[in-house]
Design a protein around this ligand. Sequence first.
Ligand code: NAP
Length: 309
Amino acid sequence: MALRLGLLGIGKIARDQHIPSIKANPKFKLVACASRSATVDRVASFKDLASMLAGVPDLDCVSICTPPQAHFDAALMALRAGKHVMLEKPPTLTTRQIALLADEAALYGRTLFQTWHSRFAESVDAAREWLSTRELPSGRITWKEDVHHWHPGQRWIWEPGGFGVFDPGINALSLLTEVLGEEVFVEGATLEFPENQQAPIAANLRMRTFAGAEIAAEFDFRQKGEQSWDIEFETKGGRLKLSRGGAGLEIDGKVIAAEAGMAGEYPRLYARFAALCAAGKSDVDWRPFQLVADAFLIGERRIVAPHEI
Ligand code: NAP
């Protein structure tokens, strides 16, 4: 029987990806939603999670699509109500909170799927496999996008806990930690904060792997023209470029896959969520979040020109 699902936070990602992916997957039935100002046609609509849980007590699972500031309390409430939980990235406000949620999921015997949608992009498995047989001296992340185009009017992204440029940047780190065959850590960072905002508009990270590979990352929200969501690896056996957020793949300059956009990521996420619920397992990996937190901890802070939302 289909899992009865409630969706929390009806904004851009809920409408663009979650609702179509849930509707296309026979393992789920979207029966309720909760959002302060939005509703979904032909679905029971509530103003908040508590009312949704009370109004539809036989929900099996809740998918949380609010900004990160609201993730912890919502996930905790849903788990304690006995629901399986799927959680949008970035997971929570602090690394301690996601660790606590993982413990709660185990305590209540529920599934917690803490998602990294970019890991479900088209070329990720091929990149991981190719890299697994090659020695890696260096890598470079270039993640530059126009915040006005991709996050129009999103105030939360500039508020404490909104992650600023790390809201997209953490996707690159989720890919890095997925395709590398070894652990990676932050050695240094520079974070640029607009003088009128509380989250970074740009950041540079210097990372190193256990085996000594140097990984540089450049994140920027001020990009005009061509946008970049690329990771390049120089290995002793050739060069690999994962582009378009993990959809495209080039090896030694030859195009292997030229997929665009996020197509396929969310259908695969919901397929994985259904499998985790059926198996009674969780999937939580906060390493990308630790890299961001460590950049905030040790990064040099620079104040730059004001940014208007
Ligand atoms: P959004 O368009 O701002 O939508 C989020 C919705 O959550 C809002 O419409 C709002 O609806 C609700 N909400 C609840 N508490 C909120 C709060 N404290 N502040 C603001 N809104 C609140 O954001 P989004 O782009 O969908 O992103 C949501 C999450 O998905 C983020 O964690 C983001 O990183 C992730 N994500 C986004 C994308 C993307 O392309 N946009 C891609 C992948 C992942 P009500 O006002 O009706 O309650």
